[in-house]
Write a protein that binds this ligand. Structure first.
Ligand SMILES: NC(=O)C1=CN([C@@H]2O[C@H](COP(=O)(O)OP(=O)(O)OC[C@H]3O[C@@H](n4cnc5c(N)ncnc54)[C@H](OP(=O)(O)O)[C@@H]3O)[C@@H](O)[C@H]2O)C=CC1
Ligand SMILES: O=C1O[C@H](COP(=O)(O)O)[C@@H](O)[C@H](O)[C@H]1O
Length: 463
């Protein structure tokens, strides 16, 4: 038994249970937690849609079936026994009264706000009005606000009802095993840490590429765009893990401080070093404005003003409808001071790079120059590669871990308020730019200007 702050939640409430996130990620996470005997408490879905308990169970089953090779009926039935539905409007006080009645025996419910940010305020107020905020935890989805000011406003709304240790700000990239591996790679090994600075590293590239479009979320996406959707959060979290100094201790607080500290050193992004694109045909999608200037692609150059990183550009890019799906960090080391061994004729330049694959087929590839076979003293690139899936088998999904952590009151994998503020400060100059987005063909790597920005991107390993 831990402190009250870490006592396990005894109920889960999913606001927005009829939505895309719950269907794609949260039902499968609940199923996995049930399978691992980490979840045997009431799970209450809340939405405006007039679903009943049976519809909720049917939708949960459908969603689990879509992501699981073979559903285990005994596990699913255990989850189903815990599921129940409350249908109601978020502006209606009786919605929260019914919820409070359903939660009368729960001492530490967790409330997952899987709803559009515009309704966060009503839900927080509704929970506070019936006394549920005093004993509950709130999980808040990204994007956390629309800019620095609105994120502060949202923080004030949450703080008016929930004590800070009861707020869990999700950036699901922090829950990914592969993203956490960046941290382990750096601080569980001594091998590369002495090289992790501007003396040895030439540049760093981060790519979050998606080979698909808005997947039926175009109406939502058009109000957000690539910068708010993933650059402000997922990509900057990855940058923080790559660039941070070693935390002062293994405590959660020290880790979160190191993360915030490096973001404080990141200069605001500049519109001049940013390329925004939109894939051809996006404006024809349902829910997208006919004259939409929303970017479905963004690439930019980031700098970290610290002794470690001065002069090292971080090139960032993300986009939808690109040639494939991959999230990667490529750390490119400098060339030898005195190149004695030329690259073999017909091979491309001196490799010297580390590629962290953070998406499908996650793992690490080190590309080095090796002696070419034959009489000539020349080198050619070869890869030393590890595939974590092959090495370790199934790992837990991000949402499964995050839900589990929040139920335990553990903050390690959740963003601190200041971290989110810093992220908004960094992207603020490139939000809502009036310059026209550049069109790009579906299946391409975005506008040509993005290539010029980085002086050549490393093509991701599309598995
Ligand atoms: N989907 C995803 O892949 C991801 C989503 N997120 C975040 O998770 C949250 C939920 O996302 P997602 O599930 O995609 O969202 P959806 O657009 O699917 O909305 C979720 C639910 O919210 C309800 N809702 C929609 N509009 C309103 C409204 N104006 N007022 C009250 N309720 C409304 C709807 O349920 P009903 O009408 O039945 O009440 C809907 O099913 C968002 O904050 C999003 O940014 C974060 C990462 C990924
Ligand atoms: O938050 C979001 O992330 C997904 C990408 O996440 P991944 O785990 O599949 O890499 C993105 O598709 C979505 O638009 C965004 O809202």
């Amino acid at each position: 038994m831990g402190s009250a702050m870490h006592m396990r939640s005894d109920a889960v409430v999913l606001f927005g249970v009829t939505g895309d996130l719950v269907s794609k990620k949260l039902f499968p996470a609940l199923y996995e937690l049930t399978r691992r005997d980490r979840l045997d408490v009431p799970v209450i879905g809340v939405a405006r849609s007039p679903w009943d308990d049976q519809q909720l169970v049917t939708m949960a089953r459908k969603s689990v079936t879509e992501v699981t090779d073979e559903i285990d009926d005994e596990t699913f039935d255990r989850l189903a026994d815990n599921l129940s539905m409350i249908s109601g409007n978020y502006a209606d006080p009786t919605t929260y009264q019914r919820l409070a009645e359903r939660l009368r025996d729960a001492e530490r419910p967790v409330f997952y706000l899987a709803i559009p940010p515009a309704v966060f305020g009503s839900v927080v107020e509704g929970l506070a009005a019936v006394g549920l905020a005093d004993r509950g935890r709130a999980i808040v989805e990204k994007p956390f606000g629309r800019d620095l000011e609105s994120s502060r406003e949202l923080e004030r709304t949450l703080a008016s009802a929930f004590a800070s240790e009861r707020v869990f700000r999700i950036d699901h990239y922090l829950g990914k095993e592969a993203v956490e591996s960046l941290y382990a790679f750096r601080f569980a090994n001594r091998l590369f840490e002495p090289l992790w600075n501007n003396e040895h590293i030439d540049n760093i590239q981060v790519t979050l590429a998606e080979g698909f479009g808005t997947q039926g979320r175009a109406g939502f996406y058009d109000t957000v765009g690539a910068t708010r959707d993933v650059l402000q959060n997922h990509i900057l979290q990855v940058v923080a893990l790559i660039a941070m100094e070693a935390p002062a201790s293994e405590d959660t607080a020290a880790f979160r401080e190191a993360e915030a500290a490096v973001l404080r050193q990141v200069a605001p992004l500049s519109p001049e070093s940013t390329v925004r694109g939109q894939y051809a045909g996006y404006r024809d999608e349902p829910g997208v404005a006919a004259d939409s200037n929303t970017e479905t692609f963004v690439s930019t150059r980031l700098t970290v003003d610290s002794p470690r990183w001065a002069g090292v550009p971080f090139y960032l890019r993300t986009g939808k409808s690109l040639p494939g799906t991959a999230t990667e960090v490529v750390v490119e080391f400098k060339q030898p001071q005195r190149p004695l061994i030329p690259a073999e004729r017909g091979t491309v330049g001196l490799a010297n790079l580390l590629r962290f694959r953070l998406g499908r087929g996650d793992g690490i590839t080190m590309s080095i120059q090796a002696k070419s076979p034959g009489a000539e003293v020349a080198s050619r690139p070869v890869d030393l590669s590890v595939d974590f899936g092959a090495a370790f088998g199934r790992r837990q999904e991000a949402y499964e871990r995050l839900l589990d952590d929040a139920m335990d009151g553990q903050h390690l994998r959740f963003a601190r308020a200041e971290t989110i503020e810093q992220e908004w400060r960094i992207v603020e100059p490139i939000l809502d730019l009036s310059t026209a987005v550049q069109s790009y063909e579906k299946g391409s790597w975005g506008p040509a200007d993005a290539d010029a920005l980085a002086g050549g991107w490393h093509t991701p390993d599309l598995r």
